[in-house]
Write a protein that binds this ligand. Structure first.
Ligand SMILES: *Cc1c(COP(=O)(O)O)cnc(C)c1O
Length: 376
């Protein structure tokens, strides 16, 4: 059996090696390392995949979130409502801009931001809601967009884990996550569902004005070369990553299919086990399984993780410490938050290997080891 890994980017690469190698060499031969046609072609192709007007590439997903907040004109003292159960990048950039992250609960089934909690947390200072499509399952965007329009708030989707998820509204329209809010942000970190061979990220919007602002901010605030209209930053997707991503984009749906198939295998193997809750899948979307995360009922999560490790089965805890308990937010008084669902999840979730290259033999081995421990 091939040794197990949380993600297997090497085997995935070997299957498209010829195309990737040629694309990388093409960039080197062109000597156009920054900007240029390769980057704009990829941005256009990714916008088309999303059926969205503008895709603005940048250096990473964290920058994408920061640039989105800057483009929306959020000011020091403004508040943004976010889940505490997320990767730190979602909220860190708010703090960096002196915007107050207001942490709310997640839905205990989907692990995504709870719309009821969002509405309760709105104050006169609230400017935006930042839902995170955690593990690849979309937040309840229909409810969130409704709250945002009633309270005149912006929505920035953190779609770093959700790229490619098709979300259907009750009126029958379907949109890709990342194109529902005013701005969507994603990451091309290598382990993400559309992963580069280095860092990368992008913002999405249908709004021409916001697109222009984000383009400027990502490029030192310049409207034309050496004319700097606003304070910005330097955040670029380099041409080599764009060339690689453009090839991988052609395989994205196939990659998502492979992840969903692996998730189905796990779901079936764990079905009916009362100590294991398999990932929830809302009927109005296509979970893209960036992670396959079990919720344990009564089993010792950390002991399971250690048992798996002893059997060469990797597993991960996303995330052991929620944002409101991170030291970095002490000055925001965040330890005073009472978020029992979030706290409970951090002690009970465990993510198993899921990627495009998993085979049945590997998955059966993982399942057997999990069940062996659970039965003890
Ligand atoms: C990966 C990730 C980010 C940040 O992306 P980087 O490209 O690593 O900066 C932000 N939010 C979430 C939920 C992520 O998973």
């Amino acid at each position: 059996m091939t040794p197990l890994q949380m993600v297997d980017t090497k085997t995935q690469y070997l299957k498209i090696k010829k195309e990737i190698d040629a694309a990388v060499i093409g960039v080197m031969e062109s000597s156009q390392f920054i900007g240029g046609k390769v980057v704009t072609d990829f941005a256009e192709n990714l916008a088309a995949y999303h059926d969205n007007k503008h895709c603005i590439p940048c250096a990473n997903g964290t920058d994408a979130l920061q640039i989105a907040m800057m483009a929306l004109g959020l000011q020091p003292g403004d508040e943004v409502i976010t889940p505490s159960f997320t990767y730190i990048a979602t909220v860190e950039v708010a703090a960096l801009l002196h915007i107050k992250p207001v942490f709310v609960e997640v839905d205990p089934k989907t692990f995504c931001i709870d719309p009821v909690a969002v509405e309760k947390a709105i104050t006169p200072k609230t400017k935006a809601i930042i839902p995170v499509h955690l593990y690849g399952h979309a937040a309840d965007m229909e409810a969130i967009m409704d709250i945002a329009s009633r309270h005149n708030l912006y929505v920035i989707e953190d779609n770093a884990q959700g790229i490619g998820n098709d979300y259907t509204f009750s009126n029958g329209t379907t949109k890709k996550t990342g194109t529902i809010g005013h701005i969507g942000c994603t990451s091309f970190y290598p382990s993400k569902n559309l992963g580069a061979y280095g860092d990368g990220g992008a913002m999405f919007t249908d709004d021409d004005g916001l697109a222009e602002k984000m383009r400027m901010i990502a490029s030192h605030g310049q409207s034309k070369r050496y004319y700097h209209d606003v304070v910005g930053c330097n955040s670029r997707l380099d041409a080599m990553q764009a060339a690689i991503l453009d090839i991988k984009l052609q395989h994205l749906d196939e990659y998502i299919g492979a992840r969903r198939k692996a998730a189905d295998f796990y779901d079936q193997a764990f079905a009916g086990n009362e100590k294991i809750t398999v990932p929830f899948r809302a009927a109005n979307q296509q979970h893209v399984f960036h992670q396959y995360t079990l919720l344990l009922n009564g089993a010792d999560r950390d002991a399971l993780s250690a048992f798996l490790a002893a059997n060469d089965v990797p597993s991960m805890i996303y995330y052991p410490v929620p944002a409101h308990r991170q030291k970095m937010f002490d000055s925001f008084g965040s330890s005073a938050y009472i978020l029992p669902v979030t706290d409970d999840l951090t002690t009970r979730v465990i993510s198993l290997p899921i990627h495009t290259e998993l085979d049945n033999e590997q998955q059966q081995f993982i399942v057997n080891k999990v069940l062996e421990f659970i039965k003890k």
